[in-house]
Design a protein. Structure first.
Lengths: 45, 253
């Protein structure tokens, strides 16, 4: 288990928020692309 | 060189080819950098273990500046060469850039508390980074607020180029003014001042964030090109489908 003494909550918070934000950004971009691709497919003649 | 990828079909083929490599580079470097940063790198003799925040803070700050520089460069290309994809590239970089800037500010605050004793100070480096976040918001708002794409693009390019003045101010703020923030320790004329045991995970994370940015921009550009084709088809047909309007609105900047 990670134990960085008094700095543990600061280190873990920084990493957790960074990972969550980056994962959110990746998922957002993939979802937007899939939605656009689906809309394009539905409009194809 | 610029005209080579002005054809959207050629660009999409290129994006499909290099996208997986960029994402793979991001995943590999991020896993290595996170593991090494958390478990294998030493604590700092002054800051202790809080120095590990550097491995997520510095790459985010680097990408905040690099993303904006990319937006300004693409805006210049759109102004001068009228490149068909430059505005799309700039617009696609705005959201990742804003997220990286917000992350740099947040992780900086979390690092500042144990190091300086304060979450925030109105220091030149911190304040100029906060201004950069507002410029990102303004840039994204222009694209959303102006309904006519050509006018929105013109306003967004002007804002991007004016806002670029802030980038050298951020970079040199620690040299020009008295600052709590430490001076440059990587990009220096006499070389980095960080020990290789810390520099290795730091470089891995910088490569990871850079590759991720590249992948996000490519996916964002492909999304916008797809929406443009849908809008073009919808404009030729009598009714504009609701899912197109929703997709355009959700994609945002």
């Amino acid at each position: 288990m990670m134990d960085y003494g008094p700095h543990t909550p600061f280190v873990l918070t920084a990493y957790a928020v960074s990972i969550a934000a980056i994962a959110g950004l990746i998922l957002w971009r993939i979802a937007a692309y899939r939605k656009a691709a689906a809309a394009e497919k539905s409009r194809q003649p | 060189m610029w005209s080579r990828f002005s054809n959207p079909a050629k660009f999409e083929a290129m994006a499909l080819a290099i996208g997986p490599f960029l994402f793979g580079a991001f995943a590999l470097c991020a896993v290595f950098g996170l593991y090494t940063g958390l478990f294998n790198s030493p604590a700092d003799y002054q800051q202790g273990d809080s120095v590990r925040i550097m491995y997520v803070h510095v790459p985010a700050a680097w990408m905040a500046l690099a993303s904006y520089t990319f937006i300004a460069l693409m805006s210049l290309v759109a102004f001068v060469w009228r490149h068909s994809l430059a505005d799309i590239a700039a617009r696609s970089a705005a959201l990742p850039g804003a997220v990286f800037t917000a992350l740099a500010l947040f992780t900086g605050a979390v690092w500042g508390k144990p190091t300086w004793g304060a979450w925030w100070v109105w220091d030149a480096r911190l304040t100029s980074m906060l201004i950069l976040l507002f410029i990102y918001f303004g840039y994204m708002a222009v694209w959303q607020a102006v309904p006519e794409t050509a006018r929105a693009a013109r306003f967004a390019r002007i804002l991007a180029l004016i806002g670029f003045i802030n980038i050298p101010i951020i970079k040199f703020s620690v040299d020009w003014w008295n600052s709590l923030h430490q001076p440059a320790s990587i990009l220096r004329a006499d070389g980095p001042t960080i020990d290789p045991s810390m520099l290795t995970p730091l470089f891995a994370m910088i490569i990871a964030y850079t590759a991720l940015f590249g992948w996000l921009v490519l996916v964002g550009m492909r999304t916008m090109l797809s929406l443009q084709r849908v809008e073009a088809r919808a404009a030729r047909s009598p009714s504009r489908p609701a899912e197109v309007a929703a997709a355009v609105s959700e994609e945002g900047a």
